[in-house]
Each structure stands twice: as structure tokens, then as C-alpha cells.
Design a protein. Structure first.
Length: 308
């Protein structure tokens, strides 16, 4: 009789051990499944509530709390996106509304300047006002372009472009502006023509912003170069604009952010949106942008896929 009791106890203990072991395995698998669901939610905008297939009150309550948190996060994200859309529209509307009165003001100032008859001091004030209206006009154009780029989700059709030829022609077209700033550009292009995948108009807008940025801070000279790169993702063509860097505290990691303005930008007359717009234009063309500080120089790089 005693032996039967011992055997029964052993069987019960073994059964209990295997039950706890299976329960632990099931719990681990359930947690792994929930973890994958959360990863999907984060990386792929997965829009489904978490469910628990294992009956456990604590685990079920845990899933309920996660679902409540996910719903709250989605609500905050949706609200932020709606506010962002409204902000972009407001910027676009304000920029558009400011253009007409500014054009009238600039036109009237030009008429007064052409009419003449002012003393030296009055003429100096008039010229200064004309310069400031030009600055404000450029700022409005930047805000307007930024709002259009941020709200435009249309896919860009890329084409094969001779980057060497286009970049050389771009420098020639802006030779007068460069000479006006009393700068001597150093040009370093590939010996043979290099074809890239890009949109010609968007690429020219990028180059214009990069040139405006570099001549704003360049002293005596600046560098425009192009080279081929081999990366893990494939072959690229890198276009670089470099100039002497006076602001040693400039944060190159944030240089392309909309809200970032370094010391140089604060002392300038622009909005600081030029490089942010360059980033938006690059994203539309599948290109990459980055900046680096080295030996007292700031270099802005734009990498395009090499077209075979």
C-alpha cells in the first residue's frame, strides 16, 4: 500500500513537472509572438490589436494595456500628422499672400530709384530697402518651395543624365554670380562623362541651393568636385561642394534639419532652409546627402546612383 502511495506521488510530481515545463514553453512562445507583433507595429505601421492565445489572466491584462497604449500612440501620431499638414498649408498660404504686396513694394522702390533726384543719404537708404526686399523675397520663396516639397507625394520619374556635362554647364551659367562674389572656384570633375539617375529640374534646384550656400560663406575660393564611389548598395556618383568653415561649433549631424540654424546661419540673411530643401530634393530622387568637417572645411556631399 505504501509503495502505491509513493508511486502515485512520484507520478503526480512528474506530471506536475511536465505541466509546468509545457506551460513555461507555451508562455515563452506567446511572449515571442507578442514581441514580433510589436516589431511589426513599429516598423511596418501594423494596424492590428494584440491577441493572447494562451489563457492567463496576467498575460491577458498585459496585452490589454499594450493595446490601450498602441491606440493612444496612434491617436497622437494621427494628431501630429494633421497638425503638420495644417502647418505646411499655413506656411504655403502665408508665403503666397506675402508675395503680392512685396512685389508691389519692390516695384515702387525701383520706380523711385530710377526717377532719381535724391541726395546721397536718401539714395543709400533706398538701395538698402531694395536689398532687404530682395532678401525677404528669397526667404518667402524658400518657405513656399519647402511647403510644396513636403506636401508633394507624387513619384518622380528619373532619367539618365550626363552629370559631368550638366555640372560643368551649371558652373558656366553661374559664372557671373561667382565673379560678382569675387570667388575663384576649383573644379574637379571626372575625365569621362558619368551618367546618373535623376530628375534634371530637381537636380538643378539642388545645385542652385548648394551653390548659394557655399558662396555665402566661402572666402576667395570654393571647391566643386565629382567622383565615383563603390558602396555595398552599388556604385554611386558623389557631387561635393566645399568651402572654408569659420564656425567650428557647426553640428553636421543636424545641418539638414528644418529647425537647425548654426551660428553662420544666424549671422546671415536667409532662413537656413537651403540645405533642408536639398535633402527633400535628394529624397525625391533616391539620392543621399551628408556633410563632414575636415581640416577647417565644410563639405556637402550628394550621392546619386550610377546609371549603367
Amino acid at each position: 500500500m505504501r509503495d502505491i502511495i509513493y508511486i502515485t506521488i512520484i507520478v503526480v510530481l512528474v506530471a506536475l513537472f511536465f505541466f509546468l515545463l509545457l506551460w513555461r514553453i507555451s508562455m515563452r512562445r506567446e511572449l515571442q509572438r507578442l514581441t514580433k507583433e510589436l516589431i511589426h507595429t513599429k516598423e511596418q505601421n501594423y494596424n492590428r490589436q494584440l491577441t493572447v492565445s494562451l489563457f492567463d489572466r496576467n498575460l491577458t491584462e498585459f496585452a490589454v494595456q499594450i493595446n490601450d497604449n498602441l491606440d493612444y500612440q496612434k491617436h497622437l501620431k494621427l494628431k501630429a500628422e494633421q497638425m503638420e499638414v495644417k502647418l505646411r498649408q499655413s506656411i504655403s498660404d502665408i508665403a503666397h499672400d506675402l508675395r503680392t504686396p512685396l512685389t508691389v513694394i519692390r516695384g515702387n522702390l525701383q520706380q523711385l530709384y530710377r526717377k532719381g533726384g535724391f541726395d546721397n543719404k536718401s539714395e543709400e537708404y533706398l538701395v538698402r530697402c531694395l536689398d532687404k526686399t530682395q532678401v525677404v523675397s528669397h526667404m518667402i520663396d524658400e518657405f513656399f518651395e519647402m511647403s510644396l516639397l513636403e506636401s508633394d507625394t507624387a513619384k518622380v520619374e528619373l532619367e539618365r543624365i550626363d552629370a559631368t556635362k550638366l555640372l560643368m554647364q551649371f558652373i558656366i551659367d553661374h559664372e557671373e554670380l561667382i565673379r560678382e562674389k569675387q570667388l575663384v572656384p576649383e573644379i574637379s570633375l571626372t575625365e569621362q562623362s558619368v551618367m546618373i539617375l535623376a530628375d534634371k529640374q530637381l537636380l538643378l534646384r539642388m545645385l542652385t541651393n548648394l551653390l548659394n550656400n557655399v558662396i555665402k560663406y566661402a572666402k576667395e575660393t570654393f571647391l566643386v568636385s565629382m567622383e565615383q564611389l563603390q558602396k555595398e548598395e552599388g556604385k554611386y556618383v558623389r557631387i561635393t561642394f566645399s568651402n572654408v568653415l569659420e564656425d567650428s561649433n557647426l553640428d553636421v549631424e543636424q545641418l539638414f534639419e528644418r529647425t537647425y540654424r548654426g551660428n553662420e546661419a544666424r549671422h546671415g540673411t536667409g532662413t537656413g532652409l537651403g540645405l533642408y530643401i536639398v535633402k527633400l530634393l535628394a529624397i525625391k530622387q533616391g539620392a543621399l546627402v551628408c556633410a563632414e568637417k575636415e581640416e577647417g572645411k565644410l563639405s556637402i556631399h550628394v550621392d546619386f546612383y550610377l546609371s549603367s
